[in-house]
Design a protein around this ligand. Structure first.
Ligand SMILES: O=C(O)[C@H]1O[C@H](OP(=O)(O)OP(=O)(O)OC[C@H]2O[C@@H](n3ccc(=O)[nH]c3=O)[C@H](O)[C@@H]2O)[C@H](O)[C@@H](O)[C@@H]1O
Length: 449
């Protein structure tokens, strides 16, 4: 009985609702077909223009639909409502948790706390990506002289990540298991811009990092450079070569301070039992190089992309061997986790003259740039090519990315950089590369990512 009564009630309610809907629908049809007066149209257009002029262009597009309003003050109300809704949307967006690339999960036993000095820089940020994806806790320390927050911003807020704005010329007291000491300007115009600071970073900064490693029992990898060989008289350069460096030349602030950095590492190793690794890094390129970097790869690509002259310093007969950044990162991680403590060259032995390199970039980018010659740089090394027998033997490492492939990715990066007009168009972590990395990790090998 009760059920029948309920059904009746429902039936009556539904009939009423249908009636109300029908009336509303017809009424709205009537209203929408009513042509607004010229005055109303003028008023609404005027309002919309006003809001547009005050920076709310979207409102101008509201004008045609707003013409149907009977009550002209309701436009103001609608605009207010839209504004409030927009604010609410912003609030909600703010509360949505940030999305991060999916990182590997490591148990407490395997997860390491890793400090990367210069981790917001070009090489550092790629290393940070790899270590984060592997599932480690990563602490980046950077003074942002050449590093940029945007290089690591896709990790900010992640539970495994910490960014510290700090200059390692001052001591740092934290707890870590491993240190990658990469902090230093590496491009000749950058390190020559402030030679004293460059020397302090590579000497006092290195002492601070080795002191930290000693205090907490961490292993430390020092990023040294092919520049310790100076303008080499041995070709290709093996790790046993002592180098040919001008101690008072314009490059000395970098070359000599990196040599001291190596000396410090082995002194701390011998005297204080600090576990040290030394990577001698050869010319490296790839996405996230600074547009003002001033080194040959970014200069040539940017010049070609913007139709400016491609500037060869000197004859162009000097040589360099370029490695893609993912190969370097692979080598750094392998070296850090190896049992080998003597210096190891990390570079791609594929050697080119700078003249050849200019043509490669010119052909790949196209455009109207001319290749021109400018004065040679003082003390510019004339030949450089790594002998990587040691890296191959002790780490099983060799570069995998061919020049054409790496340059193509770098050109694409700089092309995007040139088109960037807003802060929001950032060089976020590449999801395709993240996918490749995950695949490589699950196969137990690190390949080109
Ligand atoms: O890229 C790197 O990894 C290395 O770069 C520099 O060494 P350098 O080889 O002199 O770097 P570049 O400034 O890229 O110069 C390479 C060659 O290209 C020439 N160059 C550079 C820029 C340019 O616009 N035009 C040009 O012909 C230079 O004179 C030089 O012969 C740093 O000093 C190294 O520490 C660092 O490891």
């Amino acid at each position: 009985m009760k059920t029948v009564k309920n059904m009746k009630k429902w039936f009556t309610s539904l009939t009423l609702l249908g009636f109300v809907l029908a009336v509303t629908f017809n009424w709205s049809l009537l209203v929408s077909s009513k042509k607004p007066s010229d005055e109303e149209v003028a008023y609404v257009d005027d309002k919309a223009r006003h809001y547009s002029e005050t920076g709310q262009e979207r409102l101008l597009s509201l004008a045609p639909s707003a013409k149907v309003h009977q009550d002209i003050t309701s436009l103001d109300e609608a605009l207010l409502k839209i504004k409030n809704l927009e604010q609410r949307l912003k609030d909600i967006e703010f509360r949505i948790p940030k999305k991060y690339p999916e990182v590997n999960f490591l148990t407490f036993k395997d997860r390491k706390r890793i400090l990367v000095t210069g981790g917001a820089g070009f090489v550092g940020s790629h290393l940070v990506d790899r270590l984060m994806m592997e599932g480690h806790e990563v602490i980046v320390v950077d003074n942002f002289f050449t590093g940029r927050k945007r290089n690591v911003e896709h990790w900010i807020g992640h539970e495994n990540f910490e960014l510290i704005h700090h200059d390692i010329v001052n001591p740092l007291y934290i707890e870590v298991d491993q240190i990658y000491h990469l902090a230093s300007p590496a491009s000749p115009p950058h390190y020559m811009y402030n030679p004293v600071k460059t020397i302090k970073t590579n000497t006092v900064g290195t002492i601070n990092m080795l002191g930290l490693a000693k205090r907490v029992g961490a292993r430390v990898l020092i990023a040294s450079t092919s520049e310790v060989y100076g303008d080499p008289e041995v070709h290709p350069q093996t790790e046993s070569y002592w180098g040919h460096v001008n101690p008072i030349g314009p490059r000395a602030c970098y070359d000599e301070s990196k040599r001291v950095s190596e000396t410090l590492a082995y002194s701390y190793g011998k005297q204080e039992n600090v576990a040290v690794r030394v990577a001698r890094i050869f010319n490296t390129y790839g996405p996230r190089m600074h547009s003002n970097d001033g080194r040959v790869v970014s200069n040539f690509i940017l010049q070609a992309l913007t139709g400016q002259d491609i500037t060869i310093y000197g004859s162009g007969k000097q040589t360099r061997s370029f490695q893609y950044v993912s190969d370097l990162v692979d080598g750094l991680i392998k070296l850090q986790n190896s049992n080998y403590s003597m210096p190891v060259n990390l570079g791609n032995p594929d050697e080119h003259t700078i003249e050849e390199f200019a043509s490669i970039i010119h052909d790949m980018v196209g455009g109207k740039s001319h290749i021109i010659h400018k004065d040679a740089m003082e003390d510019d090394p004339q030949r450089r090519k790594p002998d990587i027998t040691r890296a191959n033997h002790v780490l099983g490492w060799q570069p995998l990315v061919p020049l054409q492939q790496g340059i193509k990715k770098t050109v694409e990066y700089f092309r995007r950089e040139l088109m960037r007009s807003k802060h929001s168009e950032r060089n976020l972590h590449d999801p395709v590369e993240a996918g490749n990395l995950r695949k490589a990790l699950s196969n137990g090998v690190l390949t080109d990512v």
